[in-house]
Design a protein around this ligand. Structure first.
Ligand code: AMP
Ligand code: MG
Length: 273
């Protein structure tokens, strides 16, 4: 399956516009048995690569997920993590900071959750909330927010230099699509728990959020930690793209099985009694 993942990467130094990526793009691919097979094959590749990452124990992968409500962060995690051995993976969901967290710098709680060597970490929301919701709602002075982009870049550079690969994914949807998803939540008894009347206030500021996302994408997509804007309205395609990004990143990291400190030849079958 011919997937061009690079088209979704925000290139540093270019003036990126969200409008350049269509939220319902499927890269010219149709949903079919083939696309399903391709996704399952990707999951199997991820499984093998993760085992090597775990065995090697030298590098880590951090996947950051950001999106507006209803864009599918939860289902992305459910789908993509189904190809990852839970033993080497942790998902962390960032909520409104506690008083204890707010008494520290904004990266303090984030740094504490980065994956250990050998692991894959998935952030459901992240330090980027501190330049998104915080910017839009004015929860901190704009001068403070403006400094955070560079502070984030330096933090991620540190992670990169110390063996943690960071890939950041924005699940891209339209305001109309969000409306459909909100209506679905209200229609379905089993999804009502996900409806939060407060989310409508964020929806009302859609354009402000898109502006904050665009600023963030432009200032924080770096060589060390690139941002990808993934069309998320077709979930099967979203899964295929994100699975592909994880597989390609792990492949590039090329984890190696560790050197043995024994000679297997010293252990012929008859020696194991
Ligand atoms: P949910 O992901 O639906 O459980 O909601 C978590 C909420 O926490 C969202 O409304 C986020 O905007 C909010 N949140 C996460 N991080 C921060 C932060 N650093 N500052 C303010 N709100 C945050
Ligand atoms: Mg929510």
């Amino acid at each position: 399956m011919d997937l061009d993942l690079e088209q979704y990467r925000v290139t540093p130094g270019h003036d990126f516009k969200l409008a350049s990526i269509s939220p319902d793009d499927t890269g010219g691919i149709q949903k079919s048995d083939r696309s399903k097979d391709a996704f399952n094959a990707t999951l199997r590749e991820i499984w093998d690569l993760q085992e090597r990452l775990y065995a090697e124990g030298e590098q880590a992968l951090l996947l950051v997920l950001q999106a507006m409500d209803t864009a599918g962060k939860d289902s992305t995690i459910r789908k993509v993590a189904s190809g990852i051995n839970p033993q080497g993976c942790r998902v962390y969901s960032f909520k409104v900071p506690s008083a204890n967290e707010l008494a520290r710098d904004f990266l303090w709680r984030v740094h504490a959750q980065v994956p250990r060597k050998g692991h894959i970490g998935i952030f459901n929301r992240s330090h980027y909330e501190d330049v998104l919701v915080v910017r839009v709602k004015g929860l901190a002075p704009i001068e403070v927010v403006d400094k955070r982009y560079e502070q984030i870049n330096e933090f991620e550079q540190l992670l990169h230099e110390t063996g943690t690969r960071v890939i950041k994914i924005m699940l891209h949807i339209s305001k109309e699509y969000q409306r459909e998803r909100l209506l679905r939540r209200l229609r379905r008894e089993d999804k009502l728990w996900k409806f939060n009347p407060g989310d409508l206030k964020e929806r009302a500021r859609w354009d402000d959020y898109m502006e904050a996302y665009e600023i963030m994408l432009n200032r924080c997509s770096t060589e060390a930690a690139p941002w990808y804007v993934v069309p998320a309205e077709n979930r099967w395609y979203r899964n295929l793209v994100i699975g592909g990004l994880i597989r390609d990143t792990l492949t590039e990291m090329n984890p190696e099985l560790p050197d043995l400190d024994f000679d297997p030849a010293d252990y012929p079958p008859e020696s194991i009694v």
